[in-house]
Design a protein around this ligand. Structure first.
Ligand SMILES: C[S@@+](CC[C@H](N)C(=O)[O-])C[C@H]1O[C@@H](n2cnc3c(N)ncnc32)[C@H](O)[C@@H]1O
Length: 137
């Protein structure tokens, strides 16, 4: 894993609260609408890639989804999400990984990525990301 990339994101989540970053959404309604549009059952396997401490997972749990994973390069981001969720966090699979190093152990019905993909800036990393998605969704 590239250290500088991880260090950057760990630093962001160590030093900034959700109200101090531009991407925070109190209610991720566009993402939820997209997920609902697939009309999948509550056992659908959903992964939020680069989920950070987004509240999408809170809403999905509230709606009764049972197989949610959240992946992020930043351990601190996931720790913040877990702390917010309390006991409910145990219902989620948390994965700390650079997405390009991710070796999924399952396939997913929905691969959600809001504002993480565009941080991959080399052709090689983009190709690797697309390879992982096409094999595992
Ligand atoms: C702009 S934030 C968006 C967070 C969240 N998706 C949301 O909508 O609130 C980008 C997120 O992508 C994560 N990220 C960036 N590069 C990543 C990578 N290569 N692998 C995994 N996560 C990454 C960051 O740690 C951060 O949480």
């Amino acid at each position: 894993m590239e250290t500088t990339k991880k260090t950057h994101w760990e630093n962001v989540y160590q030093t900034k609260n959700p109200d101090e970053v531009s991407w925070t959404q109190e209610n991720p309604k566009t993402s939820l609408a997209l997920i609902h549009s697939f009309k999948l059952n509550k056992q659908a396997r959903i992964i939020d890639v680069g989920g950070g401490d987004s509240r999408l997972v809170d809403y999905l749990l509230e709606e009764g989804y049972e197989n949610i994973s959240v992946l992020d390069i930043s351990e601190k981001a996931l720790e913040k999400a877990k702390n917010r969720l309390g006991a409910k966090a145990s219902k989620v699979t948390w994965i700390v990984s650079d997405v390009v190093d991710f070796k999924p152990e399952t396939t997913y019905d929905i691969w959600h990525d809001r504002a993480a993909f565009h941080f991959l800036t080399s052709e090689e990393q983009i190709a690797q990301y697309l390879k992982i998605v096409s094999k595992n969704v």
